[in-house]
Design a protein around this ligand. Sequence first.
Ligand code: ATP
Ligand code: LTN
Length: 331
Amino acid sequence: METKKRILSGIQPTGTFTLGNYIGAVRNWGLLQQEYECIYMVANMHAITVRQTPADLRRQTREAAALLLACGIDPKTSILFVQSHVPAHAELNWVLACSTQFGELSRMTQFKDKSARHADNVNAGLFTYPVLMAADILVYNADLVPVGADQKQHLELARNVAGRFNGVYGDTLTVPDPYIPQTGARIMSLQEPDKKMSKSDTNANSFILMLDDPDTIRRKFKRAVTDSEGRVYASPEKPGVTNLMSIYSVFTGKDMAAIEAEFDGRGYGDLKSAVAESVVETFAPIQDEYRRILADKAYLDEVLKDGAERARRIADRVVSKVYRKVGFLQL
Ligand code: ATP
Ligand code: LTN
């Protein structure tokens, strides 16, 4: 029997997922389950690189898991777990940190962005964040990592660290490939369309949350920043309109040319309400399913317990092999 390639990805429980998280990452996680062996993780250890309120982090971790299930992740086929429940991530993290150079971490744009935004808390974890992310991936010998475009640089680092480790200690770790979608890899802010949509943006009109109610979704799209030209077509000079078209394309399956034709002779108002309706329609059943799953805490916790156990079985073997390769005494 041909063995399936393995996928690993993660998302931080720092708040409700945005439309960007959904299109760039989570949506594809469900779609990939048939073809790949999938392992999905709620990255709560990454979340504390910026300050979190403990009670909120705990609640948001369950909410993130429930939302992933509602998006179609099947815990029987795939493994769904919480990062801190599998100690192997932290164990491999240390070994990999010793194969990572200060210089290469200094070049990470996410570190530069986040340390500027959280100038009062530029902690070592924020700096070594990509090493833990590399450990998340390499501890499962993942072949493929589905993420949005903003994570490309971190994946490049994971590949370099794996290659370097293999060069020194012999073939041990799988060098992973990124899986970045063609359309929607970088959904932009609705208010400043030259910036990526981010759930930590201070302006709530800049993002759509997966749990926003229909009227909120419609209102946010109505206020979305476009341009003064009034004609619907995709172009680098029209980031706002192009962003709306990309979202519409993902939810309707229509390509950019078809969307241009559909709105020929019509204004941005029509485009905005069509996009809003396509988002409302996609999110409504997910929201219902989310509420149902979150209400059943016993089921949710059982899924996470089972996921952690299955994840641990894979990850512990890799750590054990790595420990042997680097010369840690094994009794
Ligand atoms: P934060 O704003 O707290 O930094 P975030 O919204 O960037 O968080 P993450 O948990 O860091 O969310 O990312 C989860 C996944 O969503 C990653 O694969 C990331 O690439 C993807 N993603 C995040 N924002 C976008 C976006 N605007 N467009 C497409 N994909 C995105
Ligand atoms: N850094 C990622 C979240 C994340 C992740 C991972 C993604 C943590 N560990 C491993 C893919 C693989 C982010 O989206 N900010």
